[in-house]
Design a protein around this ligand. Structure first.
Ligand code: KIV
Ligand code: ZN
Length: 564
């Protein structure tokens, strides 16, 4: 018998109801927009592959118009991850022909693709950002949505800052977008301003007041400025939303986006509460989303490592303490019966699946097949490199776990096309010694240079030596060390964040020697700083849309006919 009080209104039935909750992952677009989280193409691809294993429905792979690098990354993800049985690959575009064309071309290789186009609808944004009247926006929306629909059958339209927009104006804009071909309507709380009841009411009002709303899936998107975004989304579900836009670990601008793992596990743990919303019997065991929850933990670690956005220990679901029962009284209760203090089993998110895979004597075949079981198929060159790293690690660490393997593979992605590679690092330090480091770096032409430096500690000395070699101005704003697994011989993951003026970027590396990991992470961050300073990207929400076709970027290709 259920102890749950149903809070479901009558299930919303609509022509476009997918019958479950769609998970739209925007880690690679909105998540990557957060300062310092930028990723290179290889890293984006590794994350996209993991998102496919996690079984998200839609991957928003980037904003193709932003730069050639962003375009190439979306295109590559579309080619590799956009398989027939894979997720929909989506690209973001402002409501401009140039953006939409770039997006259509980038996502074209995917078997299932989507153009996501947006324009702001709040008076604040109209006045201060777009400098447009409501009437002008109402003309742009159907024209651009129709244009996107002529290039792609699956079009999502977002009313940026919807939560602060006049609802009457929203209804008009949404109706026009659907009439022009939008198949998903996204309602963003761009500034994280709304509250659960208010947002649920807004979705209910949209459902009631937009005459053609049944032809589209209602989606929600939001930011966590007041810490309410997950609660807002769960309320929106009850009002008819069927797509949730979220990021792994909730990364994103300012306080971040809705955390995928929190939404999915709330729906999983409390499914009896949510089942009736989808018209299912309360006791139904059918999952509410397509997510393979056992991949949650690994995905979280991967995204944290590659973006350098650390997960706070008390973070729901994936934080280091989320399943730790520290106090004696809790431990006693859990030992007697797990459900006394635990509402979910750590295995559900794949936490206890971190099994010991391999050891010193494991050969290349065992290594390759375990990687394949984990979902990594490497080309021969990458496999060789990874195997070498594995052997080095196995010499120093007795048991190699799945998380160690994932760390080895993901670490390689950072080094692709790097300007500098660390060839040697040696330090001398200890009591009564002045910490001194000697570092050798190789540049992309194969030239090697060595220097030595002293510092207040070994890591400081290493960073100073690297600074002397690369001569890239930077300020170190964050340095952290975390262990991948338990045990004294664990791999240490070092995350370093550097700032250069407006630019912020991170580097990460893992090694049993944290000084070596620090040197690698510092070099990784320098490499990224060089890429970012040479290839500036456009921010989709902050940059103004080009005013004339001649302002459109050359990379977009065939002549754009107009833009806004
Ligand atoms: O926060 C926001 O409004 C967005 C849109 C581009 C969907 O990210
Ligand atoms: Zn956003």
């Amino acid at each position: 018998m259920s102890s749950h009080r149903s809070l479901a209104p009558a299930p919303v039935t609509r022509a476009k109801d997918p019958g479950r909750v769609l998970i739209f992952d925007t880690t690679l677009r909105d998540g990557e927009q957060s300062p310092g989280a930028s990723l290179n193409l290889e890293e984006k691809l590794v994350i996209a592959q993991q998102l496919a294993r996690l079984k998200v429905d839609i991957i928003e792979a980037g904003f193709p118009f932003a730069s050639e690098g962003d375009f190439a990354a979306v295109q590559r993800i579309a080619e590799v991850v956009g398989q027939e049985d894979g997720p929909v690959i989506c690209g973001l575009s402002r409501a401009s022909k140039g953006d939409i064309q770039a997006c259509a071309r980038a996502i074209a290789p995917a078997a299932h693709n989507r153009i996501h186009t947006f324009i702001a609808t709040s008076d604040i944004h109209l006045k201060h950002k777009l400098h447009k009247t409501r009437r002008e926006v109402l003309e742009i929306v159907p024209e651009m949505v129709a244009y996107a629909s002529s290039l792609c059958g699956d079009v999502e339209f977002s009313c940026e800052d919807a939560a602060r927009s006049d609802p009457e104006f929203l209804y008009e804009v949404i109706e026009a977008a659907i009439a022009a071909g939008a198949t998903t309507i996204n309602i963003p709380d761009t500034v994280g301003y709304t509250t659960p009841d208010e947002f649920a009411q807004l979705i209910r009002d949209i459902d009631a007041n937009v005459p053609n709303i049944h032809q589209a899936v209602i989606s929600v998107h939001g930011h966590n400025d007041l810490g309410l975004v997950v609660a807002n989304f769960l309320g929106a579900l009850r009002s008819g939303a069927r797509q949730l836009e979220c990021t792994v670990n909730g990364i994103g601008e300012r306080a971040g986006n809705a955390a995928l793992e929190e939404l999915v596990m709330a729906m999983h743990v409390r499914r009896q509460l949510f089942n009736p919303i989808l018209g299912r019997p309360e006791e139904s065991e059918e999952p509410l989303t397509a997510i393979n929850t056992e991949e949650i933990y690994r995905t979280s670690r991967l995204v944290s490592n590659l973006t350098g956005m650390l997960v706070q220990p008390n973070k729901a679901i994936v934080g280091a303490n989320a399943f730790a029962h520290e106090s004696g009284i809790h431990q006693d209760g859990v030992l007697k019966n797990r459900t006394t203090y635990e509402i979910m089993d750590a295995r559900t998110i794949g936490l206890k699946h971190n099994r010991i895979s391999l050891g010193k004597l494991s050969g290349r075949n065992a290594f390759r097949s375990r990687l394949e079981e984990l979902g990594y198929t490497l080309n021969p060159e990458d496999l060789n490199q990874a195997f070498q790293r594995f052997k080095e690690l196995a010499d120093r660490k007795r048991d190699i776990t799945d998380l160690d393997l994932q760390t080895i593979v993901s670490g390689q992605a950072q080094q692709v096309n790097a300007t500098y590679t660390l060839k040697l690092v040696q330090v001398s330090c200890g009591t009564n010694l002045c910490p001194t480091a000697t570092v050798t770096l190789e540049d992309s032409q194969g030239g090697q240079r060595t220097t030595s430096a002293i510092g207040t500690g070994p890591v400081h000395a290493v960073c100073r030596a690297i600074d002397q070699l690369v001569k890239v101005p930077n300020e170190l704003v964050e340095f952290s060390v975390q262990a991948v697994t338990e045990g004294i011989d664990a791999l240490g993951v070092v995350t370093i964040r550097l700032r250069q003026g407006e630019l912020l970027c991170s580097g990460y590396a893992a090694d049993t020697d944290v000084v070596v990991a620090s040197a690698q992470a510092f070099v990784g961050a320098i490499n990224r700083l060089l890429v970012l300073s040479e290839n500036p990207s456009i921010h989709p929400q902050h940059a103004t849309v080009p005013a004339s076709p001649s302002d459109q970027k050359a990379m977009v290709g065939s002549s754009p006919k107009g833009s806004y």
